[in-house]
Design a protein around this ligand. Structure first.
Ligand code: NAP
Ligand code: G3P
Length: 486
C-alpha cells in the first residue's frame, strides 16, 4: 500500500498539497529501531520554506474542506477507519520496529484508532448549535435571539509524541477535520514512519489535497518555527511538559490544547481489594515499559496493608516477560533510545544511593531497563517526583489517607490518580481532594474509553481532550443575533 507513494528507496516523503514530496534540503534523519538498532527508514528534515509551503497549502484548502457537507466529511473518515482496520497488521509491524511496542499493544492501537475515528465522525454528526433567547436578560425584549453555531478555527498544527504515533496523531487529526479545519501534522521523529502510514490512510480514504499535510524534522530544529507560524490558528500538542511549557511561552495568542507529563499515584487504602490493586498497578505501571503518560508512577499505600500489597506486586513484577518485541511477546522492551534509558538509570541510582529497598530489577542492558520495583521510597528521592517514562515503580508507605492525598498533590503534575478502596465514601473523599484531571476508583489510570474527557491539571496540560471535547476545542462558537422587533 505504501510503496512508491510516501516511501521510495526507504526514504519517507511528506504529504504536502496532496502530493508526496521530496525535501530539497537532502537532509535525512535515520530512524533506527530501538529493538536492534537496524535502520527502518529515513525521514526528511524539512526546511523552513518547505514548512511554510505545507502550512500555506493547509490554509488554502481549509475553506473548501469546510464547504463539504459534514455528512460527506464523515464518510471520508469512516473510510479511513475501515482502511486502518484492514491494514492493522502492516501498520502495527511498523510500530513494533519503530517504537518497540509489543505486538498486542501495537495491533490494538491501530484498531482503537479506527474506533476513535468512527466515533468522531458519529459525534460530529450529532453536534448541533443552539438558540439563546434575549429576554432572559433584564431589559431585553422578545425581539432578540442569538443563533449560535460552531465554526472551524482554520489551520490546526498537530504535534504528536513517540509513544502512540498512530493514535495520538489521529486523535488530533480526526476531530480537527470533522470541525472543518485543515491540519498540519508534525509527528515525533521517532514515530514519524508510523504516523506517515496513518496519513497515507487518510489520503487514500479521500481527504482532499492540502487538507492534511505533514512536516517531518527534529522538533528542536523546526519546532519553534512552526509553532510561531502566523498561519497556524491552533496547536494541539501531546508530549513532555518541558516542550509543552516552551511552546506555550513562544506561541503568543495561539490557542492551545496540551496533554503533557504525569506522575499518577495509585493510592491503596486499608480496605482495598489487594489482588485487584496489585493486578491494576502492575499492568498500569509496566505496560509498554512504562512509556505512557498515564502509567502508574508511584504507589502510595497505607502502612497497615503495605507488606501484603508489596508482596503481591513484587510477585507479579517478577513474572513480567522481558525481551525484544520483534522476536517474541513481551511486557518489557527496550526503551525508545539510550538517552531515555540513561535518565531512568539515574533515577534508579539516586533511589539506591538514598536508601530505597530494591525489590526487583535495577539492571540495564543497552536501552533495555529491567522492570524495577523499589520499596521504602522517601520524599527526598527523585523517583518520588520525577516521571521516569520507563519501567520503574516506587512504593511510598504512608500513615493514612490524608498523607497519601498530601503527597499526591505535592507533585507538579496532575494527570490522573487511582484510589483502591471498597468504601465509596472514602473513594469520594479522595476524589474530591486530589488535584488531577481524572480519578479512577478501583482501576489503573488510563485515557480510554476515548470519548471520556481527558484533562491534566498543573504541569499535565491545558484544556480537555476526548472526542466531543476535542471537536469543541478545535472549533469556536459563532453567534448571529437576530433582531426581529417586538
Ligand atoms: P517530547 O520530547 O516533548 O516530543 C513531543 C513532540 O514535540 C515531538 O513531535 C517532538 O518532535 C516535538 N517537539 C520537540 N521540540 C519541539 C519544539 N521546540 N517545538 C515544537 N515541537 C517540538 O515528548 P516525547 O518524548 O515524544 O513523549 C514523551 C512525553 O510525552 C512524556 O513526558 C509523556 O508523559 C508525554 N505524553 C503525554 C501524554 C498525555 O496525553 N498527557 C501522552 C503521551 C505522552 P521530535 O520528536 O522531533 O523531537
Ligand atoms: O501516553 C499516552 C496517553 O494518552 C495514555 O493513553 O491509553 O495508555 O492511557 P493510555
Amino acid at each position: 500500500m505504501f510503496k512508491n507513494l510516501c516511501c521510495e528507496n526507504n526514504i519517507y516523503r511528506n504529504l504536502v498539497g496532496g502530493n508526496w514530496v521530496t525535501s530539497e534540503t537532502s537532509k535525512l534523519i535515520e530512524i533506527k529501531s530501538p529493538c536492534d538498532g537496524s535502520v527502518i527508514g529515513k525521514v526528511q528534515a524539512m526546511s523552513k520554506e518547505e514548512a511554510d509551503n505545507a502550512i500555506a497549502n493547509a490554509r488554502d484548502a481549509q475553506e473548501g474542506w469546510n464547504k463539504i457537507p459534514l455528512n460527506e466529511r464523515a464518510l471520508i473518515l469512516l473510510k479511513a477507519a475501515d482502511l486502518l482496520d484492514k491494514n492493522a497488521d502492516e501498520i502495527a509491524e511498523v510500530m513494533i520496529r519503530e517504537i518497540a511496542k509489543d505486538r498486542n499493544s501495537a495491533v490494538s492501537e491501530v484498531h482503537r484508532t479506527a474506533d476513535y475515528i468512527r466515533f468522531t465522525a458519529d459525534t460530529a454528526k450529532n453536534m448541533t448549535g443552539e438558540t439563546v433567547p434575549g429576554d432572559l436578560f433584564p431589559g431585553t425584549g422578545k425581539g432578540k435571539i442569538s443563533i449560535v453555531n460552531r465554526v472551524p478555527l482554520g489551520v490546526v498544527l498537530a504535534i504528536s509524541p513517540f509513544n502512540y504515533p498512530v493514535n495520538l496523531s489521529a486523535s488530533k487529526i480526526a476531530p480537527a477535520l470533522m470541525a472543518g479545519n485543515s491540519v498540519v501534522l508534525k509527528p515525533a521523529t521517532q514515530g514519524s514512519i508510523s504516523a506517515l502510514h496513518l496519513v497515507r490512510v487518510f489520503q487514500e480514504a479521500g481527504v482532499p489535497a492540502g487538507v492534511l499535510n505533514t512536516i517531518t524534522g527534529r522538533g528542536s530544529e523546526i519546532g519553534d518555527y512552526v509553532v510561531t507560524h502566523p498561519l497556524v490558528d491552533f496547536i494541539n500538542f501531546t508530549g513532555s511538559t518541558e516542550v509543552g511549557v516552551h511552546i506555550s511561552k513562544i506561541s503568543t495568542m495561539t490557542p492551545l490544547l496540551m496533554e503533557l507529563g504525569g506522575k499518577d499515584a495509585a493510592i491503596v487504602l486499608e480496605d482495598a481489594d489487594l489482588d485487584l490493586a496489585a493486578k491494576n498497578i502492575v499492568s498500569g505501571a509496566y505496560s509498554y515499559s512504562g512509556q505512557r503518560c498515564t502509567a502508574v508512577k508511584r504507589i502510595l499505600v497505607v502502612d497497615k496493608v503495605a507488606d501484603e500489597l508489596v508482596k503481591k506486586v513484587e510477585e507479579k513484577v517478577k513474572t513480567l516477560k522481558v525481551g525484544n518485541p520483534l522476536k517474541e511477546d513481551v511486557n518489557i522492551a527496550p526503551l525508545i533510545d539510550d538517552a531515555a534509558a540513561d535518565y531512568v538509570e539515574e533515577l534508579i541510582k539516586d533511589a539506591k544511593d538514598k536508601g530505597a529497598k530494591l525489590l526487583v530489577g535495577g539492571n540495564r542492558e543497552g536501552n533495555l531497563i529491567y522492570p524495577t520495583l523499589f520499596d521504602y521510597v522517601t520524599q527526598d528521592m527523585r523517583v518520588a517526583w520525577e516521571e521516569p517514562f520507563g519501567p520503574v515503580l516506587p512504593i511510598i508507605r504512608v500513615k493514612d489517607v490524608d498523607e497519601a492525598i498530601d503527597i499526591t498533590n505535592k507533585s507538579k503534575y496532575g494527570l490522573q490518580s487511582s484510589v483502591f478502596t471498597k468504601d465509596i465514601d472514602k473513594a469520594f473523599y479522595v476524589a474530591d481532594k486530589v488535584d488531577v484531571g481524572t480519578v479512577q476508583v478501583n482501576n489503573k489510570p488510563e485515557r480510554g474509553p476515548d470519548h471520556f474527557p481527558f484533562t491534566g491539571t498543573k504541569a499535565s496540560g491545558i484544556g480537555t481532550q476526548g472526542i466531543r471535547y476535542s471537536i469543541e476545542a478545535m472549533s469556536r462558537r459563532k453567534a448571529i443575533v437576530l433582531n426581529i422587533g417586538e
